[in-house]
Structure formats: C-alpha cells, structure tokens
Design a protein around this ligand. Structure first.
Ligand code: FMN
Length: 361
C-alpha cells in the first residue's frame, strides 16, 4: 500500500493515514459570540477520515480578529462550541488540531474592540480592502505593537492554546504564515522596528519563539505544530533575504521537537507535477529534523511522489477537502473528485459546506 494510506505516528498519536486537511477559514460563525455553529461539527466530522484535521484559523483574542464570521477560542461560549466539534471528530475516529490565528494588520477599526487600530509589527498599511459590518473598506495603517502589547499577544496565544486543550483538541497549530502577524515580524519588508523585535533575524524571530515557548507551557512541544510560508509574499510584504531568514528560523526550531513544521506553498497542481524544481521542500527537509507537512497544490500523485521521495511526512490538502469530504477514500479507490464551488467558500451556510456528496457505496 502507498505510504499515503499508511498510518503515521505523530508524537504518539496514531494517524490513520498521511492525508491532512489543511486549515481553511469558511466564515460560518454567524453569531455574535463568534463561536462555531453546529453545522461546523458536521463539516469536520464528515472529513474525519483524514489522518489529521487542522481547524480553520481561530482568533486568540478580540484584537486578533479581521475576517467577519470567523470563530475564536478565547471565550467560554467559543470553547463550549468547539467541544461539540472535537467530540464529533473523535467519535468518528478522527484527530483534530486547532489553528491559532492573529491577523495583525489585516483587520479594521470597525472589527476591533473600541474601534482601535489593528496591531502590527510596524505602521505599514496593507494593500487591499477588508469586509467590515459597513461594507468593504481600505486597510488602515496599523498601530505598531508596544512591548506591552507584544507580551499581551504572547499571553493571548498561550491562553487560547490552553482553551484548545479544554475544548478537547489533540493539539494546536500556530499560524505563522501568509503575512499575518507572526510572519510580519519575521520579514524585514514588514518589520521596521528598531527595538529588540526588529533588525537582525534573531530579533525579528523573537516574537515567534516567545509564542512557541508560551504555547508549549500548556501543550507539550510534541502537540504543538507551526505553519510557515517562506515563499509566500503579499504585495509589499516581502523579505530581502527570505532564504536566510527562514533558514535561521527552521534551524532554531530543531531545538523544540514540535509535533510538526507545516510548510505552506502557493504552488499550483501544474507546478506540482514537476514539483522538485518549484518547491522549497527539499531545502527545509535538509534543515529540519522533525515531522513535516507539505501543503499547496497537491494532487494524489504529487503527494505520493513527495512521500516516496522522503520530501515530507504528511501532505495537506485544502480545496480538495472542501468539496470531497471523503477525500482519503476517493484517493484510495481512485474515485472521481467533486469540483470545488468557489462561490460558497466563504459564505453560504450549509451550501457548499456540508452538502458535498460522498462516493456512492
Ligand atoms: C477557503 C480557504 C480558506 C483558507 N483559510 C486558511 C486559514 O484559515 N489558515 C491557513 O493557514 N490557511 C488557509 N488557507 C490556505 C490553505 O490552508 C492551503 O494552504 C491552500 O488552500 C493551498 O492548498 P490547496 O492547493 O490544497 O488548496 C485557506 C485556503 C482556502 C481555499
């Protein structure tokens, strides 16, 4: 049997296969508490034949919020609602980690407590617009975090991680990717600070490692994953020496023995079919000693290849999991794949969420 379908020992948790559902924001928390709804329990339960599910990004605090109808993990109501999800997944034999998220500058005063400015590494206005309760608005110039706010944010990550334990998750993933606040601190294009958190890569990564240190106080390191996206750069939010920045970070991560390092790449399936030229996976594989997840544009074929060539230990799929709740079975049986309806990715209630058909038995 292909490795893809073989069990994997993730720090003592047996995953039924090496297929991971990637974290995906679906904006179905349509209530004032920003708690996941019952349909979200059904959604994850339907997908629990993946070896591991990683939840959608979940805010660690009110300050971390930037996308309407996305859930949090910082209030009692939110924890109780997540419990329904984790119970459903566990009853179905699945495993689920919570993704801990702080959007940094990708927010708006209309989405922040007291109409405050969003927090970021530096006062740099992101390009583009954000959906607010008053419609789409340009991003604003965020407030650079004070040292006190940095420490508060680290505390918030720690508290949300502890809440995830109360909510019954199997572990947590720190969202350090895609230009959000952790990634922002790492890159010199978005981190212009002159204090202990800016300048050298050692300083720019201080915030990340403080978060990791805090999160592993409530979860052992081997139940804490980290998502990075070295090659993903938002407009105007790059790094003058991306390779060295991430080499430093990944080398240092070797000291932690985390559950996994999750490398997110913006790679299309076409590029994956000739993947060894395009992916930075071999580079990080050669640096990192622990378990790795690869994500971005994977097909069944590219996943099998990446696993067989030893480039990664687990492979995460995003869009394919939106439309194929039983993706693992479809891969195993070479079944046809449902098309993903892009119009219901971020709204639509149950439509395009829990109504994708399973393979006919
Ligand atoms: C609808 C949607 C929502 C997403 N939300 C998140 C998220 O909350 N956190 C995150 O780290 N990545 C998020 N991503 C990125 C995915 O995890 C994944 O990296 C991306 O879809 C590429 O994988 P794929 O080609 O298999 O879809 C999202 C992607 C999609 C399509």
């Amino acid at each position: 049997m292909e490795k893809l379908f073989q069990p994997f020992d993730l720090s003592g948790i047996t995953l039924n296969n090496r297929i991971v559902m990637a974290p995906m924001t679906r904006r179905r928390a349509e209530n004032d508490q920003l708690a996941v709804e019952d349909i979200t329990a059904t959604y994850y339960e339907q997908r629990s034949s993946a070896g591991l599910l990683i939840s959608e990004g979940s805010q660690i605090s009110t300050r971390a919020y930037g996308y309407t109808n996305t859930p949090g993990c910082y209030t009692r109501e939110q924890i109780e609602a997540w419990k329904i999800v984790t119970d459903a997944v566990h009853k179905a034999g699945g495993r689920i980690f919570l993704q801990l998220w702080h959007v940094g500058p990708y927010s708006h005063p209309l989405l922040q407590p007291n109409g405050d400015l969003p927090l970021a590494a530096s006062a740099m206005q992101p390009e583009g617009q954000v959906l607010t309760p008053e419609g789409h608005k340009d991003y604003v110039t965020p407030k650079p975090m004070t040292e006190k706010e940095i420490h508060q944010t680290v505390e918030d990550f720690g508290r949300a991680a502890a809440n995830a334990k109360t909510a019954g998750f199997d572990g947590v993933e720190i969202h350090g990717a895609h230009g959000y606040v952790v990634d922002q601190f790492l890159r010199d294009g978005t981190n212009k600070r002159t204090d202990d958190y800016g300048g050298s890569v050692e300083n720019r990564s201080r915030f990340l490692f403080m978060i990791v240190d805090k999160v592993i106080e409530s979860w052992s390191a081997d139940r804490t994953g980290l998502r990075l996206s070295p090659s993903f750069e938002r407009p105007g939010a790059g790094d003058s020496d991306q390779a060295n920045t991430f080499r430093y970070v990944v080398e240092k991560l070797n000291d932690y023995q985390l559950a996994y390092l999750h490398i997110s790449e913006m790679i299309s399936p076409d590029m994956r079919s000739n993947y060894s030229d395009k992916t930075a996976l071999p580079l990080y594989r050669s640096i990192y000693n622990g378990t790795m997840i690869s994500c971005g544009g994977h097909t069944k074929e590219s996943a099998i290849l990446a696993l067989n060539e030893g480039q990664t230990d687990l492979v995460a799929f995003g869009k394919l999991f939106v439309s194929n709740p039983d993706l693992a079975e479809r891969f195993l049986k070479d079944g046809p794949l449902n098309e993903t309806d892009k119009s219901t990715l971020y709204h639509g209630g149950t439509k395009g969420y829990i109504d994708y058909p399973f393979l006919a038995s």
